[in-house]
Design a protein around this ligand. Structure first.
Ligand SMILES: Cc1ncc(C[n+]2csc(CCOP(=O)(O)OP(=O)(O)O)c2C)c(N)n1
Ligand SMILES: CC(=O)[C@@H](O)[C@H](O)COP(=O)(O)O
Ligand SMILES: [Mg+2]
Length: 633
């Protein structure tokens, strides 16, 4: 008889299938599920450590609650893979984060079990509260559960929701999945507070019952030991969460189904806002991930037997590396420079800066709104803040960008990483909107470097200004134009002519300059590297308009309101009636997939640009080279 590696898991096609399993079988299921997630993520790449940490919690939730009738909301959702596997998507896990495949995050369109789309953090309590209040209003009996990590818990939004939920008296269960980690080690007072809760309640009680529920979480044990002295003889005060109006239970061991299931069963019978504090370990069960949860937060493909292999020095630097290097160099030259990250030290290229300039490094936690206003405060006092932030996450701090920074004309540099297509993370992380949302703000300038060298130069230009500037650059490497060691900037608001052609001028904003140059060779078009979406280089534009029959703009951002729209506005303002073709991201969300393929599908590679320009201006470009006859080389 054929044996399978996952004998129990293979029969779980729906959470209903696991509700009939015995406790011992559920434990076996947990082992199989963990092994499956590891095997699967190793093949596709994706978020690993967080998923390994919630295997038992996921099983317990689906075993106890009547999902999807009971609403389960995963905060961030990067830990939703075990949930996907148990809710009928096991066979599709091989397609994870690929074009047409499963999303790396919960998605309402993907499954009825994904009750709320997440990826940007700290939304789960608000969403689950909304669902709980809606159920009450509609007279429907069901539970709403938010599972939120200790990192996500630091965001203002989570506290806004707690503040509301504590008095709304809705049947809401908030589960704090406390693994004492964000992507990097957690920061801030909340983290310290959670550690105190652990020492005061969890560890003491664990000792009392003579059973180490801390088994398997040695760093927590260490922490508990360190804090034990403080806890001795202490009357445990009401927790913060009880003061918010929640019934607080915990902390309990999130890897122990014998604790999780009865606790959840009990909570299920209680009315009003409930708060369960669960302690887990990021990377649980895979030693390499336990030891280095940061490296295994979101790895690419790897061999689980070997683990991640340090890549040989890549031929080309990523834009993130270029930024990190610039930041250190500029900090060495100007001691007013301070750097801020909202919990994205690794992703934003700040590891080396923190090592060299710890006093000038600020990880503020997942708190983008605060990060922007904090930068404003620093700037008020004469410091020169550089906020390193993903394009998509700055969306969170939009009012702060306008009201706290731009309105007061404060010189903050926004280093916007992940601008444009990001690939596997998909629509939630796509940096599509920043040109549009930044350029409409008075006092704000927007720089769009075309390559690595320009990225460094334009960061210097931005740093020299007396007002806010965003410098946007994409995920990954550029074409390989090595940055110069100097810290000289490029002229503010000026572009450059890159190719003189005939009747059509292509105005490129950012890295799409290079495919535009390729397309232009075949079209015999002029190409301008605009460099700045705001201010526009009006002199250069006027020259192009006067000497060409038609214009084309190219950008890796939404066309609606983007750099091409800025050119259209300028033409209208100048009363110039010239045909304009705007190429960029469509008025639609761009899904997950390989970025090269996505750009090609969107017509933003050289061939796509050539096609669009030829179609729009057939009489103004060089004829397409004749198709070669068969056999001709
Ligand atoms: C608004 C926002 N900022 C930043 C991120 C990037 N991010 C994704 S997961 C994560 C860490 C979350 O920590 P936690 O909630 O504790 O979950 P864990 O990774 O520990 O499982 C961060 C900072 C995000 N998804 N959303
Ligand atoms: C879940 C999340 O928001 C991040 O972990 C995100 O996946 C970052 O991806 P990169 O830093 O690899 O672009
Ligand atoms: Mg965490």
């Amino acid at each position: 008889m054929a044996t399978t590696e996952y004998p129990l898991l293979e029969h779980v096609n729906d959470p209903a299938d696991l509700r009939s399993l015995t406790r011992a079988q559920l434990k076996q299921l947990a082992d199989e599920l963990r092994a499956f997630v590891l095997e699967s993520v190793a093949k596709t790449g994706g978020h690993l450590s967080s998923n390994l940490g919630v295997v038992e919690l996921t099983i317990a939730l689906h075993a106890v609650f009547n999902t999807p009738e009971d609403r389960l909301v995963w905060d961030v959702g990067h830990q939703s893979y075990p949930h996907k596997v148990l809710t009928g998507r096991r066979a599709r896990m091989g397609t994870l984060r690929q074009l047409g495949g499963l999303s790396g995050f919960p998605m309402r369109s993907e499954s009825p079990y994904d009750t709320f789309g997440t990826a940007h953090s700290s939304t789960s309590i608000s969403a689950a509260l909304g669902m709980a209040v809606a159920a009450r209003q509609k007279g429907e009996e069901r539970h709403a559960i938010a599972v939120i990590g200790d990192g996500a818990m630091t965001a203002g939004m989570a506290f806004e929701a707690l503040n509301n939920a504590g008095v709304a008296d809705a049947n809401l269960l908030v589960i704090l999945n406390d693994n004492d980690m964000s992507i990097s080690p957690p920061v801030g007072a909340l983290n310290r507070y959670l550690a105190q809760l652990m020492s005061g309640r969890f560890y003491a009680r664990a000792r009392d019952v003579g059973k180490s529920v801390l088994r398997g979480v040695p760093p927590l044990l260490e922490l508990a030991k360190r804090l034990e002295q403080q806890a001795k003889g202490m009357v445990v005060p009401a927790t913060l969460f009880e003061n918010f109006g929640f019934n607080y239970i915990g902390p309990i061991d999130g890897h122990d189904l014998d604790s999780l299931i009865p606790t959840l069963e009990n909570l299920k019978g209680l009315k009003g806002p409930q708060f369960l504090h669960v302690v887990t370990k990021k990377g649980q069960g895979y030693k390499l991930a336990e030891q280095d949860p940061v490296a295994y937060h979101g790895p690419g493909k790897f061999d689980p037997q070997i683990g991640l292999v340090k890549p040989e020095a890549p031929a080309r630097q990523t834009f993130t590396q270029v930024f990190g290097q610039w930041l250190c160099d500029m900090a060495g030259k100007d001691e007013r420079l301070v750097a801020i990250t909202p919990a994205m030290r690794e992703g934003s290229g700040l590891v080396e800066f923190e090592r060299r300039f710890p006093e000038r490094y600020h990880d503020v936690g997942i708190a983008e709104q605060h990060a922007v206003t904090f930068a404003a405060g620093l700037a008020c006092e004469g410091l020169k803040p550089v906020l390193a932030i993903y394009s998509t996450f700055l969306q969170r701090g939009y009012d702060q960008l306008i009201h706290d920074v731009a309105l007061q004309k404060l010189p903050v540099v926004f280093a916007l990483d992940r601008a444009g297509i990001v690939g596997a993370d998909g629509a939630t992380h796509c940096g599509a909107f920043d040109i549009a949302y930044a350029r409409c703000i008075p006092n704000m300038a927007v720089a769009c470097p075309a390559d690595e060298r320009e990225c460094r130069q334009l960061l210097s230009s931005a740093f020299a200004q007396d007002h806010p500037v965003t410098v946007r650059y994409p995920r990954g490497a550029g074409v390989g134009v090595a940055p110069l060691p100097a810290l000289d900037g490029l002229p503010y608001g000026k572009g450059e002519l890159r190719r003189q052609g005939q009747q059509v001028a292509i105005l490129a904003f950012g890295t799409l300059l290079y495919p535009a140059l390729k397309a232009a060779e075949r079209l015999d078009a002029t190409v301008v590297n605009m460099r700045w979406a705001k201010p526009l280089d009006a002199g250069l534009l006027a020259r192009m308009a006067a000497t060409h029959e038609a214009l084309v703009t190219v950008e890796e951002g939404v066309v609606t309101g983007g750099a091409g729209s800025a050119v259209a506005e300028w033409l209208a303002q100048e009363g110039i009636a010239l045909p304009l073709l705007q190429l960029g991201l469509p008025d639609a969300f761009v899904e997950h997939g390989d970025p090269v393929r996505l750009l090609s599908l969107l017509g933003l590679d050289a061939a796509g640009m050539e096609r669009s320009i030829r179609r729009r201006y057939p009489a103004l470009v060089a004829p397409a080279p004749a198709l070669r006859a068969v056999g001709e080389h």
